[in-house]
Design a binder for this molecule. Structure first.
Ligand code: NCD
Length: 306
């Protein structure tokens, strides 16, 4: 059965199937006709890094589909990792209890290491600044739902471009569709790495870089605000120097297209003024809700039920 480690693993066909299934699941949940397709299964959620939405929506998704949950939050301090157990041993052990394992870890590629020692499907719920595939897919689902299409879109990513795993997961998905262009708005020190720039260029992905948010707003179809990832900085001073770099405020909204959407993977610190929340283009809470439908679809995907 498949692991879900990175959005780079998906073909356009896979993505379309997941989006269609998520839409069906959303409709059946609303209509009270959702089938308990995962009855009898046990899903483990092991989080070595803080989370609200990702863990609770995976757990809700599993429960809605009839599965049971075993869970370790704060697993760095509360699981045997604290005693020095390797991720391989943890993964091997949990695979003998659970039918699928959702893992979040602060170190890039650790979830891949876990997946390398077991056939039990593993879902990457975020590994350092690397990947967060379920978030990328729920972002894609949101864009499709709100815009009615996934092609010929201008996407402005604003904030901590350097450390964002959600950006790294959304771009390969949008790149499966024609005519999408990405604009990275960040302070110089938080811009995309040379390595990632090279990767995008090799894949013929069109992008631009700038430090100015106001200039990027008028042409954007989606404005994707991102938290400055405090936990990835070495010192408090380095974080303090950039933490308030961009704040989207009500006065900016006149620059934003009527049909554009404002996204944020959440949690928000202060990148979006709360006064923006009542604007109909603010889609971040709808985005978080969509996570439930997409995560239900992803659980079905790892059991080959899509
Ligand atoms: C994001 C993450 O964990 O990468 N949050 C989420 O999963 N919704 C973004 C963030 O923490 O800033």
């Amino acid at each position: 059965m498949p692991h879900i480690l990175s959005t780079n693993q998906f073909s356009k066909n896979d993505v379309e199937k997941i989006l269609i299934r998520a839409r069906e699941l959303e409709a059946s949940l609303a209509g009270g006709s959702l089938k308990k397709e995962l009855e009898g299964k046990i899903i483990a959620c092991i989080f070595f890094e803080p989370s609200t939405r990702t863990r609770l929506s995976f757990e809700t998704a599993a429960i809605r589909l009839g599965a049971n949950i075993i869970s370790a939050e704060d697993a760095l301090g509360n699981s045997s990792a604290y005693k020095g157990e390797t991720i391989q041993d943890t993964a091997r052990t949990i695979s003998s209890y659970a039918d699928a394992i959702v893992i979040r870890h602060p170190i890039e590629h650790t979830v891949e290491v876990a997946a390398s020692v077991t056939d039990t499907p593993i879902i990457n719920a975020g590994d350092g600044a690397h990947q967060h595939p379920s978030q990328g897919l729920l972002d894609l689902y949101t864009i499709q739902k709100e815009h009615g299409r996934l092609d010929h879109l201008q996407i402005a990513f604003v904030g901590d471009v350097l450390h964002s795993r959600t950006l790294r997961s959304l771009i390969p998905l949008l790149a499966l569709y024609e005519g999408n262009t990405f604009h990275f708005i960040s302070p110089k020190s938080l811009g995309i790495s040379d390595e990632y720039k090279k990767e995008l260029t090799e894949k013929n992905i069109t992008f631009s870089e700038s430090e100015n948010m106001e200039n990027a707003l008028p042409s954007a179809d989606a404005i994707y605000m991102m938290r400055v990832q405090k936990e990835r900085f070495k010192t408090q001073e380095e974080y303090d120097a950039v933490k308030d770099a961009y704040i989207l405020k009500p006065e900016h909204l006149v620059l934003v297209k009527k049909e554009a959407i404002i996204m944020h993977p959440l949690p928000r610190v202060n990148e979006i003024d709360v006064a923006v929340d009542t604007d109909s283009r603010a889609s971040y809470f709808r985005q978080a809700q969509n996570g439930l439908y997409v995560r239900m679809a992803l659980l079905l995907y790892v059991f080959n039920l899509i």
